[in-house]
Design a binder for this molecule. Structure first.
Ligand code: RP5
Length: 164
């Protein structure tokens, strides 16, 4: 199975990024994690992304906050799909990172999830890998069904309390 490359701009992003790692692990998807910054360690970030396809990665997840250029810089250095997680660090609640991550020029896309949307970033990465992996696709379907059953169970509780 192809691996997921997970990059974050700072180790201060890890508490949120951990949700992506846990989600990938729950699907049995292999990953590799690095703290590489587009600004503080640009050479390492570029070197990783340039070789990622040859090293067996199928998709990259990049989390960064503030002037968040990591996902865009990654996308500039690979044709693998890149998923950006805008982080809510700094004083602007993540709006700065959201705009920096999502507003890519035509030709270099970044699939941007919600601010701090680490779990969805991982699920999207799994969905990308599942296009060519029927077993993984079955695991995704199973999770959807489990999640729907949990919501319906909660609905049953609310219905019982209020619908008379
Ligand atoms: C970004 O700056 C990082 O991704 C992080 O979200 C933010 C703050 O980094 P630290 O100053 O906590 O290392 O590049």
């Amino acid at each position: 199975m192809k691996k997921v490359g997970v990059l974050m701009g700072s180790d201060s992003d890890l508490p949120v990024v951990r949700k992506a790692l846990d989600t990938l692990a729950s699907f049995g998807v292999p990953y590799e994690v690095h703290v590489y910054s587009a600004h503080r360690t640009p050479a390492q970030a570029q070197a990783f992304c340039t070789c990622a396809q040859d090293r067996g990665f199928g998709v990259l997840i990049c989390a960064a906050g503030m002037a968040a250029h990591l996902a865009g810089a990654a996308a500039a250095n690979t044709t693998l799909p890149v998923i950006g997680i805008p982080m809510a660090s700094g004083g602007l609640g993540g709006l700065d990172a959201l705009l920096s991550t999502v507003q890519m020029p035509s030709g270099i896309p970044v699939a941007t999830v919600a601010v701090n949307g680490a779990a969805n970033a991982a699920i999207l990465a799994v969905e990308i890998l599942a296009v060519s992996d029927p077993e993984l696709a079955a695991r995704l379907k199973e999770k959807r069904e489990k999640d729907a059953a949990a919501v319906l169970a909660k609905s049953a509780g609310v219905e019982q309390e209020f619908n008379r």
